[in-house]
Design a protein around this ligand. Structure first.
Ligand code: SF4
Ligand code: ZN
Ligand code: ZN
Length: 304
């Protein structure tokens, strides 16, 4: 590494050593240029997929983890109006600590953080998943999606931004491709336009890898929850990510090329398929593909 030079410094006629090696981009950068490279990449993703206009009000789904806090930091630095939303899932120490990091960061950039306590709405993830005998992650995902959309819309935000990184997107794409799950593949895009009461959703970090995201938060001194969620033991996405990282070691840029080629070549073909119809849930009025939305069905079972 000592002999390697920062590519951007070199282009500017400077002679600074590189601190970070990015084999998938064939790029070596110094710390300062790595930070600006990540921010530029996110900014370009926002423009390329027409994610956010200057007049939009963005709500960032903040988990207290690195990706969502990095995203919030970058949107703030790029000058977008972005507040945060944290759902306290009631997962003991893990939720307590991640909430502290989310609040700490909101204070640092002087932006609003909306906090919703799941226990007040339904019960903790563990309580509900035990009673309904449903895996915690699928329940947790459903509940978060429900409240992200509802809270953003009810508080006057027109865009919901999530911190999904390249590794997250590739893992989901990998699984959906193995299962040829057309309905999910049809909706796997960095931006989902507004559909009725479903507000517009964007993933500006989708071209930043897990590794790049971890370095970015470290170099910026962003404090975040490093522990894995204690309920994630059997999360199959962790296994999938491990397999994908092994492929990436052998074939640098595999992740980017798998994902970007899907977006460029496959996604447009899938759009010719007809889409599922959305209507309002007859209990809560939130958007749903069925008469009663999954959240209301779950809440109904849980209260019995
Ligand atoms: Fe929720 Fe599962 Fe993530 Fe834990 S690992 S926060 S239960 S989705
Ligand atoms: Zn440099
Ligand atoms: Zn409902």
């Amino acid at each position: 590494m000592r002999s390697m030079k920062c590519k951007i410094c070199k282009d500017k006629g400077l002679n600074h050593s590189a601190d970070i090696r990015l084999p998938s981009h064939r790029l070596n950068l110094c710390k300062g240029h790595f930070i600006s490279w990540v921010e530029k990449r996110v900014g370009e993703t926002i423009k390329k997929y027409k994610m956010i206009r200057d007049t939009d009000k963005v709500l960032v789904a903040v988990s207290g983890g690195k990706d969502s806090l990095n995203l919030w930091n970058i949107l703030h630095k790029l000058g977008y109006s972005a507040d945060g939303f944290y759902v306290d899932l009631g997962i003991g120490d893990y939720s307590e600590k991640s909430k502290i990091y989310a609040k700490e960061f909101a204070n640092a950039i002087n932006r609003k953080l909306i906090v919703l306590n799941l226990k007040d709405e339904l019960g903790t993830v563990e309580e509900v998943s035990k009673k309904l005998k449903r895996p915690p992650c699928s329940l947790c995902g459903m509940v978060k999606r429900y409240f992200f959309n509802k809270t953003a819309r009810e508080n006057g935000y027109n865009i919901l931004a999530t911190g999904h990184n390249l590794d997250d997107e590739v893992a989901v794409l990998f699984t959906n491709t193995i299962q040829w799950d057309i309905e999910y593949l049809k909706r796997q895009y960095p931006v989902l336009e507004r559909r009725g009461k479903f507000i517009k959703k964007v993933k500006p970090m989708c071209r930043v890898s897990e590794f790049e995201s971890a370095i970015y938060s470290f170099l910026n001194g962003i404090r975040y929850i490093k522990a894995e969620c204690p309920l994630s033991h059997n999360a199959s996405s962790l296994k999938t990510k491990m397999i994908i990282s092994q492929i990436e070691e052998k074939i640098p840029s595999f992740k980017t090329s798998f994902y970007m080629n899907f977006l460029r070549k496959m996604y447009p073909l899938l759009q010719s398929q007809s889409s599922v119809k959305i209507s309002d849930c007859k209990i809560c009025g939130e958007p749903s593909v069925n008469e009663v939305c999954t959240f209301c069905k779950t809440a109904n079972f849980f209260s019995q």
